[in-house]
Write a new protein. Structure first.
Length: 121
């Protein structure tokens, strides 16, 4: 009888772990906040799980996408001012934040279920 109890516990743990792995691989909402000098015009691209979205606007602007990975690049349309991006994966809490200097041209950021990196150019 004791052996059956151990098998049941191990089986339940295996099912729980498999469910946790599947849950962690699901797409998550990602909030992308474009920050910096208010009114600064920008253009950019947001790539979500391979789909490319071209964007343009003025600071501040927010986008929300659902994906396993998000790769984005934004650049200033005029000299001066700062331009930044703050990405946050809502469900898993991953973040990536970067801001240009006054002389910088733009920012790029990557955020996935497993990693993050941010750069200026």
């Amino acid at each position: 009888m004791k052996g059956k109890g151990i098998i049941v516990v191990i089986s339940l743990m295996a099912v729980f772990m498999a469910g946790l792995i599947v849950w962690a691989r699901q797409p998550s909402q990602v909030k992308i906040a474009i920050t910096g000098h208010p009114g600064l015009a920008f253009t950019g691209v947001i790539k979500t799980d391979g789909a490319l979205i071209s964007v343009s606007g003025v600071v501040p602007t927010n986008y929300v996408v659902t994906a396993r990975s998000v790769n984005c690049r934004f650049q200033k349309e005029q000299a001066g001012g700062t331009l930044g991006v703050n990405m946050k994966m809502i469900r898993l809490g991953g973040t990536c934040t970067v801001t240009t200097s006054e002389s910088g041209k733009g920012v790029s950021a990557f955020l996935s279920l497993n990693s993050a990196r941010c750069n200026t150019f």
